[in-house]
Design a protein around this ligand. Structure first.
Ligand code: CS2
Length: 492
């Protein structure tokens, strides 16, 4: 098969890279992927061992390690799916990345994950964060994983957050010998379970780091949220303040919250993908990940304990992240959400099928034009991004399911859709024609879905089941827009 086309934003693609050996004779895999280099020293902790992490941060770090082996290994912890750790650990963290271009597939061995661990293993998690070698904690925990309420602050009504506050209070008192030495509370706390929510786990890990005097660290958010570093900082500091104000002060002095814009379309792996890898490489790889050729990563912030030379792999370091993340959220992600809700309603199943529907393609261009009017980037940059997206969305071999994108709408619509409306209002422009239909289609989708959207449940009763009207949903998720949406609905 032909190599993937070069993406202008990913310098790494223009350099020759080592690939998995392809054995044409093997009909089915009979050996697992193995390392070609010694285990790298672990310098990065990651939370959220999903497909996106492996196609993106792990792959970028892999490219750096190929040039400079030995350093910047990742210990990746599962967030919600502990089974992933077992599957990957059985292969010593090594897996095959299928890079799926419209013209064919290439296979890459990724061995930057030095260790795959169960996020529920509290002792391991604490030990990793308390290790002075650990310089970075990176996150792919999804938009919902930050546990923010409708007003954007830590959601205290979320039962997991409430439970974590108790767990953390117990851990703090257990780790404070001056207060609780040998006392019955301390013993109970030592055997207490760990946190469930990501903010809880992060605060718990930072507490262990502070107690071990392991020094400063960077927390690097890789989720699709505007200013994700500031979002992380806000929820972490809020939680830490509630359990131990001195810990919050330590975090302010020692933790750098780094923002990043991440991009690579990574659909869920299927059995057919695993079979294909077995046939083409002879590997029985249970941890195959499939992704597109395009990749982009832009980072803003400080790394007080150092970082990999990711720029060697095409990563851009900038002072201002906002224009880049808005471009990505308002064009790619907003487009995805529109295609998901409108596409599912029209009987489509994948992004390329929805994009091939002329009516939806036209709506997508309108959505992009309405966002472009308020995007803080040059016309040239916006046009280039739109052209790339047309090509990426029409890749028929990626088979990116709309149902996968449709999940978590209550967390996805605010940064993708509502922020555009706010920017348009601030610029003195009308709401535009794109936003309201998407909200309506999302609500209709929720009402017809087999199961309520569990991620939306903590935000407000009724959202998750689609039983509320547009006005009610806006009243919860974007009260400032209720009136402008209402006016627009009357005008149109
Ligand atoms: C998608 C994203 O599922 C979704 O909501 O819009 O996962 C998207 O594929 C990535 O952000 C692409 O970088």
């Amino acid at each position: 098969s032909a190599p993937p086309r070069t993406s202008p934003t990913c310098a790494a693609w223009s350099r020759p890279r080592r690939r998995v050996r392809v054995t044409s004779s093997a009909a089915a895999g009979d050996r697992v992927p193995t390392r070609t280099r010694p285990h790298p020293r672990i310098r990065i902790a990651h939370l959220g061992l999903g497909a996106f992490h492996r196609a993106h941060q792990a792959w970028y770090t892999e490219l750096v390690q190929r040039e400079n082996p030995g350093d910047w290994g990742i210990e990746s912890f599962t967030g919600r799916s502990p089974a992933q750790a077992e599957i990957l650990a059985a292969q010593d963290g090594v897996f095959t990345l299928v890079v799926r271009a419209a013209s064919g597939d290439t296979y890459e061995r990724v061995e930057s994950i030095a260790r795959a661990s169960d996020g529920n293993d509290t002792a391991r998690w604490r030990a990793r964060l308390a290790d002075p070698d650990t310089a970075i904690l990176s996150l792919t925990i999804t938009e919902a994983g930050y546990r923010r309420g409708p007003d954007g602050t830590l959601n205290l009504a979320d039962p997991d957050v409430a439970a974590d506050i108790e767990v953390l209070r117990a851990a703090v008192s257990a780790s404070n010998p001056a207060r609780d030495q040998g006392g019955p509370d301390g013993r109970r706390a030592a055997s207490a379970p760990g946190c469930v929510s990501a903010p809880g786990r992060i605060v718990d890990g930072l507490r262990a780091r502070r107690d071990a005097d392991a020094g400063p660290i960077a927390i690097l958010s890789c989720d699709n949220l505007a200013d994700n570093g500031a979002v992380t900082r806000a929820v972490v500091l809020d939680l830490a303040t509630r359990v131990d104000p001195a810990l919050a002060a330590w975090i302010r002095d020692n933790v750098s919250f780094v923002s990043s814009m991440v991009d690579r379309i990574t659909p869920a792996t299927t059995d057919a993908d695993r079979r294909e890898v077995a046939e083409h490489t002879g590997l029985a790889d249970a941890a195959v990940i499939v992704t597109e050729p395009f990749a982009e990563w832009i980072i803003a912030g400080d790394f007080p304990a150092g970082r990999p030379a990711w720029e060697q792999a095409g990563v851009r370091f900038v002072d201002e992240i906002e224009p880049h993340e808005r471009r990505k959220l308002w064009l790619l992600n907003a487009g995805h959400s529109m295609l998901a809700y409108a596409g599912l309603a029209r009987g489509h199943r994948t992004v390329d099928a929805a994009f091939a529907d002329p009516e939806l393609a036209e709506r997508l261009e309108t959505l992009w034009s309405e966002a472009a009017e308020v995007l803080p980037q040059s016309e040239h940059e916006i046009d280039a991004a739109r052209a790339a997206l047309r090509e990426r969305f029409s890749n028929p071999r990626i088979r990116h399911h709309l149902a996968q994108i449709a999940l978590g709408g209550a967390h996805k619509l605010p940064p993708r859709i509502f922020d555009v409306v706010r920017a348009r209002r601030a610029a003195g422009l009308g709401v535009g024609t794109s936003a309201i239909p998407i909200v309506e289609e999302w609500i209709a989708y929720l009402g017809q879905a087999d199961t309520p959207d569990a991620e939306s449940a903590p935000l407000g009763a009724g959202i998750e089941a689609g039983s509320l009207g547009v006005e009610d949903v806006l009243g919860i998720l974007a009260p400032d827009l209720r009136e402008v949406f209402g006016l627009q609905a009357i005008e149109s």
